[in-house]
Design a protein around this ligand. Sequence first.
Ligand code: SF4
Length: 64
Amino acid sequence: MKVSVSNEFCQGHAQCHAKAPDVYELDDEGFIRAVAQLDVPPGLEEAARLGASACPERVLAPDE
Ligand code: SF4
């Protein structure tokens, strides 16, 4: 599973990381670290979807 990341729209709310810390890493300023696309590790698909739906800026788009 992959998640498209429109990181240019990230506002550093950290909601993605709060829901799925093993999927969405943040940088030192609280912005998403991934650029363009990230691979979700096996078993973390549901967490990835939860984290994506929690993003108020619609930065994260799961591909399934
Ligand atoms: S929830 Fe959205 S805006 Fe906030 S850090 Fe994550 S990707 Fe960025």
